[in-house]
Design a protein around this ligand. Structure first.
Ligand SMILES: *Cc1c(COP(=O)(O)O)cnc(C)c1O
Length: 378
């Protein structure tokens, strides 16, 4: 069977985990976490990086940091993972969805401004498949209206927009190291990126249960105490140890994924030319990270048939998000501004092909042949 995903293992994970165990320091913010933070500070141009137990937690921290109050509104696409919305809903926000662009499945930047009200506090672009949203336009709108931009860059580690790393373009960014993402911290994990100085100090406090413990450890206060709301948003050292091994091989993983992605694209281009299916399109402003290779069939029935066909060949090719505004909780916590021209229609057509580090040539060929066979026989 060809699995949809396999978490990467690049070599030194076990060694680093053993080292962490031997050190006798397993709680958060010890040697391995610091080494990960140093790595990110070197790679990403930003003010602060903080490992979190998940991207969900990083988004929750963002919602606290930007001081979301009951009744505030947050604009985002409906075509996203639940955590993008939940993090803000948990602080009392109402989610305002706007439609996506069919070419990238990202928020349609031209629809954002009309959805802004006096209650709007933030815009949350989601870089679907590691492909950048149109950030210049989004930031320009946000700045004009005094809004915060929180990038859900869960899928976007190593992707760039006009040369800049995604996650470092808005005011705050959130990454995921869940096992389904390009790099993992042993199954679950995340990262909060602060690009705006005014959020830095409070981010450390929120992450340390609302205490100024980080300042205490740096010798800046002589005892630590409860100063704000907060929670435990630190991963343990074992997670950081696993992640560090992955970060040290970041280029190798990235290139391997890109190679697989391009093999799919080259092999399936002809089916796009004959109008059978649609392949992902990458705007010129974006350098992507091959997080996902998706294709879009003509309609829902065709997608179901293709998924079944691939399953009969022992290939797992899942569809993706059910638009949040159509879900049970979405009805209570959100409204859709404007028309849903593409969100539901395009999500109904999309399926994802297996892409993971070190996928074998044979398996890639089998996937390609199976997709081609499906279209040859219909
Ligand atoms: C994976 C993902 C998340 C959640 O990440 P976790 O680390 O599992 O919490 C949030 N948003 C998007 C767009 C994702 O793909």
């Amino acid at each position: 069977m060809i699995r949809f995903n396999l978490p990467p293992v690049v070599g030194r994970e076990m060694e680093y985990i053993a080292e962490a165990i031997k050190s006798g320091k397993l709680s958060g913010d010890n040697t391995f976490t610091k080494r990960c933070h140093d790595w990110f500070m070197q790679q990403l141009e930003c003010k602060k990086t903080l490992l979190t137990p998940s991207c969900t937690h990083a988004l929750e921290m963002a919602a606290i940091l930007i001081d979301i109050q009951p009744g505030d509104e947050v604009i985002m696409p409906s075509y996203t993972f639940v955590s993008t919305a939940n993090a803000f809903v948990m602080r009392g926000a109402k989610i305002v969805f706007v439609d996506i662009r069919p070419d990238t499945m990202n928020i349609d930047e031209t629809l954002i401004e009309a959805a802004i009200t006096e209650k709007t506090k933030a815009i949350v672009p989601v870089h679907y498949a590691g492909v950048a949203c149109e950030m210049d336009t989004i930031l320009e709108i946000a700045n004009r209206h005094g809004l915060v931009v929180v990038e859900d860059a869960a899928q976007a580690m190593m992707s760039r927009y006009k040369g800049r790393h995604l996650g470092t373009v808005g005011h705050i960014g959130a990454f995921s190291f869940h096992e389904t993402k390009n790099y993992t911290s042993g199954g679950e994990g995340g990262l909060l990126i602060i690009n705006d100085e005014r959020f830095v100090e409070r981010a450390e406090i929120i992450r340390e249960k609302g205490t100024n413990r980080s300042l205490f450890f740096r010798g800046m206060v002589d005892k630590y105490s409860w100063v704000d709301i907060g929670s435990s948003y630190l991963p343990c050292e074992l997670q950081a140890a696993y992640l560090l091994a992955q970060l040290e091989q970041v280029e190798q993983i990235n290139q391997n994924r890109l190679d697989i992605w391009h093999r799919y694209q080259d092999a399936l281009l002809q089916l796009q030319q004959t109008g059978e299916l649609k392949l992902p399109s990458i705007p010129e402003s974006c350098q992507h990270n091959a997080h996902m290779f998706y294709l879009k069939t003509r309609d829902l029935a065709c997608r179901t048939a293709l998924i079944d066909h691939l399953k009969s060949r022992e290939i797992i090719a899942p569809f993706h998000y059910i638009p949040l505004h159509t879900s049970t909780a979405g009805v209570f916590h959100s409204r859709f501004h404007g028309e849903d021209n593409f969100t539901t229609r395009e999500s109904d057509k999309l399926l994802r092909l297996p892409v993971y580090y070190n996928m074998t040539d044979d398996d890639i060929s089998r996937v390609i042949t199976s997709v081609r066979d499906f279209y040859a026989n219909t």
